[in-house]
Design a protein around this ligand. Structure first.
Ligand code: SF4
Length: 126
């Protein structure tokens, strides 16, 4: 039987509780240190299929900035982050872009869209 103890900082809220998870043969035996049910749920998910919001940039043409900052509308599996970042590297959008505009629909078939988090205004002729 393999026993393991992991310490995880809960990132669900700014309190940042340190949660201790005891595992036996890879299965959760106990979870301690959380201050609310959200922390317990976070750790359970973290042990099975950790997810994160991806923040990145994509190229923008014809705008006042060369890039637009973007993020996934929902968390995606941590295991797909590199693949997702590479997919965004090939995306080019045209100005104007508004905050909240959908930049990519259904990224990598994950059922999650990528949205703009900054505007890119159309560049005016001088
Ligand atoms: S366990 Fe609850 S209170 Fe503690 S950081 Fe997580 S969400 Fe916040």
């Amino acid at each position: 039987m393999t026993k393991q103890v992991k310490k995880i900082i809960c990132i669900v809220c700014p309190r940042g509780c340190e949660i201790t998870v005891e595992l036996e043969d890879g299965k959760i035996k106990s979870i301690n240190g959380y201050s609310c049910p959200l922390g317990k749920q976070y750790v359970e998910k973290e042990m099975v299929n950790p997810e994160r919001i991806l923040m990145s940039i994509v190229k923008c043409v014809g705008g006042d900035l060369p890039v637009v900052s973007v993020k996934t509308a929902k968390p995606i599996p941590l295991s797909r982050m590199i693949e997702a970042s590479k997919a965004l590297a090939d995306i080019v959008v045209e100005a104007p872009v508004k905050i909240g505009d959908k930049i990519v629909e259904n990224l990598l078939g994950l059922g999650v869209d990528v949205i703009a988090t900054r505007p890119c205004r159309e560049q005016r002729e001088k």
